[in-house]
Design a protein around this ligand. Structure first.
Ligand code: SF4
Ligand code: SF4
Length: 286
């Protein structure tokens, strides 16, 4: 059985909103019955882009998480609908019937991802259809995926190990923690068919400075992070900066900074928030 899905690589998403605009262009004013009625001008975000601000000055970061309907395997919207007004197709796509769903505003509130929007004029709930009107006509992918200039989105059959999406998921899963493939809000327990690489977690950053060489960048200094069952070793860059990404939240880690001829610096961190250690000064042993 096929299971159509989308994989979104957050590390590649620049927040350009092309996917949002492509969705608007495809659906605003256009009926694709029996799958969807036209998207109205205002108030509907079938592809919402969540902006996540991280860290603080001087190390702020922004991540973008495109958030369409997740086409959940265990979809609460299906359970909340009367008269089978929301159903799952054999390819796994969840569709709201624009005729049967008339007046069923409770369907909107059933979605934990806030992916359903109420059309006041038509009195119907509406959402992303994964562009099934296109797929059924033989198009390769939904408009949002086609529109992404960064190659941040993959579409295909999650159940087919030879599909591109399954291959990318397998490669990412073998590549370590910061490439982990996961659901957005797995705690909702809905088994989504939209998956992500690089959902922001925590990062810790800093800058290595040598006590006898103030103002100069201490490049190529070895920095080791240990904790949560993993060990990572990196070198400071040519500006003396370093960063560990994709750390678990609310977890203890140990950081060691070492260079021949200097006292080793050790510190313990707890990832309640993103952290900037600032200047890490290594004292000369001479
Ligand atoms: S994301 Fe929301 S609307 Fe989409 S299938 Fe899941 S529960 Fe239904
Ligand atoms: S089109 Fe691609 S890069 Fe732009 S916001 Fe959407 S997913 Fe991100």
């Amino acid at each position: 059985m096929a299971r159509k899905g989308i994989l979104i690589d957050i590390n590649r998403c620049t927040g350009c909103y092309n996917c949002f605009l492509a969705c608007r262009d495809e659906h605003f004013g256009n009926d694709y019955l029996p799958f969807s009625a036209a998207q109205p001008l205002n108030g509907q975000f079938w592809m919402r882009i969540n902006e996540i601000e991280r860290g603080k000055f001087p190390r702020p970061k922004v991540a973008y998480i495109p958030n369409p309907c997740m086409h959940c395997k265990a979809a609460p919207c299906i359970a909340a609908a009367k008269d089978e007004a929301v159903y799952k197709r054999p390819d796994g796509v969840v569709v709201i019937d624009p005729v049967k769903s008339k007046g069923q505003k409770e369907i909107v509130n059933a979605c934990p991802y806030r992916a359903i929007h109420w059309n006041d004029e038509m009195q119907i709930p509406q959402k992303c259809t994964m562009c099934v009107h296109r797929l059924d006509e033989g198009e390769r992918e939904p408009r949002c995926v086609e529109s992404c200039p960064s190659g941040a989105m993959y579409f295909g059959d999650l159940d087919d190990p030879s599909s591109e999406i399954a291959t990318v998921i397998k490669a990412a899963s073998n590549a370590g923690n910061s490439s982990k493939v996961e659901a957005f809000h797995p705690e909702y327990g809905t088994d989504p068919s939209v998956l992500y690489i690089g959902i922001p977690k925590r990062f810790v950053a800093g800058e290595v400075v040598l006590s006898d060489n103030s103002g100069e960048c201490a490049h190529s200094v070895k920095i080791t992070l240990e904790g949560n069952g993993e060990k990572r070793v990196i070198l400071s860059d040519s500006y003396g900066d370093f960063e560990f990404e994709g750390l678990e939240k609310n977890t203890d880690y140990k950081i060691t900074v070492e260079k021949d001829g200097y006292a080793t610096y050790k510190t313990q961190i707890f990832t309640k928030t993103d952290l900037n250690l600032g200047e890490v000064v290594l004292s000369s042993l001479k």
